[in-house]
Write a protein that binds this ligand. Structure first.
Ligand code: SF4
Length: 345
């Protein structure tokens, strides 16, 4: 078995955080070891103008059997002050920052959040969006220009299919849309301004589900100028604690296993593998396909929970929640690192 295959097939059980760089850090009296490659996600808001049948953001949250609406700091100025305070506190950790939600670009706070992030010394800046607002204006600038001016490095846009009709059936928008026509404007413009766009395609039986579909997806968007695409497997999670019946049933019916897809990828000479890597609950393979960097990723929330409970002094990732807490978890009451000391609704 090659080294590549060994990592692929033994994955999560081989991950050992103790072999990675860990930084001693004091979170207001809580002494922790922070993963050297740590990312801080700013979860802007839970609102989204789409209701994707598979929505991972809702799954993650409802995974903990909690209501989806998160408590938040109501006052805008106080929210900005707190975000600035938290970013200042963690600045010595040299974190990367991801902006996420819900749909973060639709938040009235979006522009100011980007400006605050830009004031800090952030290693890498990424946003994950459905893309529907990128060409819209907030004041005198488009959302895309706000990201460019904020020196963002990566722009992750979710799109499940190149065929608009199929995509709309899966990514059910109630307002706005990110069409292929929009992407034909967004991709070259972003590239020209050093903001690297990446399309993120969730593998689904209803959507892209095999190597042939992946190749068509890559070739379709390659023509629009994209040079970076990720295909994701639906995450595994603990079904016992889930409460979103509709999405659970959909995901169960629609899951495409990368283990099956990889067998086909291995036989297809257009996919030239060059790297694979193991994260604490995810595994990524990278290939070159023509001039496009193609990744495939599998992730497992059960592994994430186990890994974290085995190493409670380690911070793998950080999330700044709308309630002002900085946590080592996507759940705003769990694993609080910096607690916001005022009351929120
Ligand atoms: S665009 Fe993203 S956050 Fe919005 S419903 Fe779809 S998966 Fe969820």
């Amino acid at each position: 078995m090659s080294e590549f295959e060994k990592i692929r097939y033994t994955r999560q059980q081989d991950f050992n955080i103790k072999e990675k760089e860990l930084i001693d850090f004091d979170f207001e009296g809580k002494k922790k070891k922070v993963y050297g490659n740590c990312n801080l996600s700013i979860f802007v808001d839970d609102y989204c103008n789409a209701d994707c049948k598979f929505c991972v953001a809702q799954l993650r949250y409802e995974n903990q059997a909690m209501a989806y609406q998160k408590p938040k700091i109501e006052d805008d100025e106080e929210y900005y002050r707190r975000l600035d305070e938290v970013l200042t506190y963690v600045e010595p950790l040299n974190v990367s920052v991801s902006i996420t939600g819900g749909e973060p670009t639709l938040s009235p706070r979006f522009r100011k959040i980007i400006e605050i992030v830009d004031k800090h010394n952030i290693r890498k800046r990424t946003i994950t969006t459905n893309g529907s607002a990128l060409l819209q204006k907030d004041g005198d600038k488009t959302i895309l220009d706000i990201l460019i001016d904020g020196k963002f490095d990566h722009l992750n846009i979710s799109k499940t299919h190149y065929d608009e009709e199929i995509n709309k059936k899966i990514m059910r928008y109630n307002k706005g849309y990110c069409s292929n026509e929009d992407l034909a404007k967004i991709i070259p413009y972003a590239l020209e301004h050093n903001l690297r766009p990446r399309l993120s395609c969730l593998l689904l039986k209803d959507g892209i589900h095999d190597v042939d579909g992946m190749a068509k997806y890559i070739e379709f968007y390659e023509k629009l100028g994209i040079d970076n695409i990720i295909f994701r497997e639906l995450m595994d999670y603990d079904e016992q604690s889930m409460c979103n019946i509709e999405k659970m049933a959909y995901n169960k019916r629609n899951k495409v296993r990368l283990n099956d897809v990889w067998k086909e990828v291995d036989k297809d000479k257009r996919f030239v593998p060059y790297r694979n890597l193991l994260g604490y609950y995810y595994y990524v393979e990278m290939y070159n396909y023509h001039n496009v960097v193609v990744c495939s990723e599998s992730a497992d929330l059960k592994v994430q929970a186990k890994e974290k409970s085995n190493n409670q002094d380690i911070v793998y990732e950080m999330v700044f929640h709308p309630n002002g807490n900085l946590n080592g978890s996507w759940v705003d009451k769990e694993d609080i690192l910096l607690k916001y000391d005022k009351e929120v609704k």
